[in-house]
Ligand binder design. Structure first.
Ligand code: GLU
Length: 376
């Protein structure tokens, strides 16, 4: 017996595999400082836990509509002026939304432009949909719109924009987003905007969404998530916001795939939305302080562009690679010798880099970077 060629050709998610490995090492009693996993190590807000428990006690344990609780979709739609409930689909994390988007838009060998570095799952999700990921280089982690234009072919179906970017922390300026939107409009392409880190931009910046650009709207598919903003990674609640016909297509897939997202978890998400802007801004301030602590120390060791958003540093580490060492080997060496976990750049399409999360306790952040500095 043989598995399908399609499945044999893809790799499992390395960010997820790393989380499993770290938990295993911790269970074996090793003191691991985890700067690898992409999740805030702050607690889930008490109000979210309480609302979820209350929903469970009230037997909110049955199916909900495939597209999600009406109340939750209505609240989420308020972020998108002119869009309503029919423009929102609640999904099992933004990850499932993205998976379904590629399934919904790609015919065989259709191309999706993906700026590098990119989140690990984009390329394999596109492959699984029969499409072709087309990586396009960036400049100092910023979009190179001319290179994106050069990469367009008659098979191009969509341009994927992830800002703030995982893993680089780059935030793309409005003028570049506008140029991409214009390019997509002129070539009749979808724009997929992965905005999982929209709550985290620093230095007083205001988050700029592709949705703010008029010319983008009728071709725009946005994905966002509760995971990072509210420390709700395990709840698995994300959503897609898009023109109604795209949401209807995604909903068709979801109706055959998972049906609704866990009903009582959706009540937790409603409580998260009630926490309000001040709560989110306190979280942003906390992460900015950690960004500053991490950047100050890491940039003494490596070439590193200061992240303007998300919660990762993505330094260039060539100076410490021994002989022909890859950054994957370096990450393994660091884990073995120092007990500090970071993710190798190869996973994100960019060798000779490491991804270091700063969404951890200040103590772990300082000790983790110190251990790396001592080992190198
Ligand atoms: N998105 C996070 C990361 O990049 C979580 C793991 C995953 O789903 O890839 O680490």
């Amino acid at each position: 017996m043989k598995l399908s060629n399609k499945i044999s050709a893809i790799a499992g998610s390395q960010t997820v595999a790393f989380t499993t490995l770290i938990q295993q090492l911790q269970q074996e009693g090793r003191q691991i400082i985890d700067l690898a996993v992409g999740e805030p190590q702050l607690d889930t807000p008490a109000a979210v836990i309480e609302a979820t428990q209350k929903a469970l006690s009230a037997q909110k344990t049955r199916y909900s509509p495939v597209n999600g609780l009406l109340e939750l979709r209505t609240r989420l739609a308020e972020q998108f002026d002119g869009w309503g409930m029919k423009n929102i689909l609640i999904t099992n994390g933004a990850k499932q939304a993205l998976y379904m988007i590629f399934q919904a838009i790609c015919n065989f060998a259709d191309e999706v432009i993906v700026p590098v570095p990119y989140w690990v799952s984009f390329v394999e999700q596109i492959n699984l949909a029969g499409g072709r990921p087309v990586p396009v280089a960036t400049q100092d982690h910023q979009l190179n719109v001319a290179a994106i234009e050069r990469a367009l072919t008659p098979r191009t179906k969509a341009i994927l924009i992830n800002t703030p970017n995982n893993p680089s922390g780059a935030v793309y300026p409005m003028e570049d987003l506008q140029k991409v939107a214009r390019l997509a409009a002129d070539n009749d392409l979808y724009i997929i905007a992965d905005e999982a880190y929209n709550a985290f931009v620093y230095d007083g910046a205001v988050y700029m969404s592709m949705f703010d650009i008029d010319v983008a709207r009728d071709r725009l598919i946005v994905t966002r998530s509760f995971s990072k903003s509210y420390s709700m990674t395990g709840f698995r609640i994300g959503y897609a916001a898009a023109p109604a016909e795209v949401i209807a297509a995604l909903s068709k897939i979801q109706s055959h795939l998972t049906g609704n997202v866990c009903t009582f978890a959706q009540y937790g998400a409603l409580a998260a939305l009630a926490l309000g802007a001040d709560w989110l801004s306190a979280r942003q301030t906390d992460l900015q302080q950690k960004r500053d602590i991490a950047y100050e120390r890491v940039s003494r060791m490596f070439d590193c562009i200061q992240p303007q958003g998300a919660f990762y540093l993505f330094p260039e580490v060539s100076s410490v690679l021994k002989n022909n060492e890859t950054s994957e080997a370096l990450a393994r060496r660091l884990l073995k010798e120092t007990g500090v976990a970071v993710v190798a750049g190869e996973v994100f399409g960019m060798a000779r880099h490491l991804r270091i999360s700063f969404a951890v306790s200040e103590e772990n952040l300082i000790n983790g970077i110190k251990r790396i500095a001592e080992a190198l």
